[in-house]
Design a protein around this ligand. Structure first.
Ligand code: ZN
Length: 257
């Protein structure tokens, strides 16, 4: 695996150490043996945080079809070991390392357990920056009339056009205190259809995970950077469409509240 990584590595952002999993691990400050990224495997002492990515933090390969129950188990085990009570009597430096490790643990867990965040994080590690898709960014784009972030996926054009009209109508009716069950039913149907699309996009994303993981395993002949690039690009495309649909569902939920 380290092999495939070194051959294919793209631009790594600061903080990402491609080989952090293996040979680059520094030795324990206390006993000098090889250590893991949080606790020494030999003497068990907590270690100062090292700049490894979240996958390496948990000792996982950089793969997407992650065993979330193993992740959860590891998270709880480390949480217990890093608990402030454990370090009540410890030296200051150990106590402060345990706090830093603990906050890193929480960030890593939150990121990796969520399939979308995990994919976005991997893309970032691979040097791909995603468009800001947060609610705030969407609202800012709307307020400034910047339509760039609102590009409608072509296969949704008609549906989105109609839905936006219905939502506008609903907002107007609400202001007037009117009630139109037929309109609500229309919107409900559109929402259902969007949710189905969302599920389909998640499946599309998972198909790309599989390709990526095979590449990471070295199962696919490493030959091409272009193959790697193609998978990353496809994931970006699917994520953008998925986020678009997700934002729409959120809009609908807000409108029918
Ligand atoms: Zn040690």
């Amino acid at each position: 695996m380290a092999n495939a990584e070194s051959k294919l590595s793209l631009v790594a952002p600061p903080g990402a150490t491609p080989h952090a999993n293996s040979e680059a691990t520094p030795s324990c400050w206390s006993c000098g043996e090889m250590r893991a990224h949080h606790f020494c495997g030999s003497c068990g002492k907590v270690q100062p945080p090292s700049p490894v990515d979240y996958f390496a933090f948990f000792g996982f390969p950089r793969k997407l079809d992650l065993d979330t129950s193993a992740l959860e188990k590891e998270f709880y085990a480390l949480s217990r070991k890093l608990h402030p009570d454990v370090f009540g009597q410890a030296a200051d430096k150990e106590r402060s390392w345990s706090l830093e490790q603990s906050s890193r643990l929480n960030d890593a867990y939150r990121t990796l357990k969520d399939p979308i965040k995990r994919t976005e994080y991997l893309l970032k590690l691979e040097g791909v920056e995603l468009e800001e898709q947060s609610k705030q960014a969407t609202e800012q784009a709307r307020a400034s009339g910047d339509l760039k972030k609102q590009v409608v996926p072509p296969d949704l054009l008609e549906e989105v056009f109609e839905l936006n009209m219905h939502l506008e109508e609903l907002r107007t009716q609400k202001k007037l205190g009117e009630d139109d069950p037929a309109l609500l039913e229309e919107i409900g149907k559109a929402k259902l259809s969007l949710e189905e699309k969302h599920d389909a996009l998640l499946n599309e994303l998972k198909a790309e995970w599989e390709k990526w993981d095979q590449l990471a395993d070295g199962a696919t002949n490493s030959a091409s950077d272009s193959n790697r690039r193609k998978i990353l690009d496809k994931m970006v495309d699917v994520l953008n469409r998925r986020n678009y649909v997700w934002n729409l569902v959120r809009d609908v939920n807000e409108a029918i509240e």
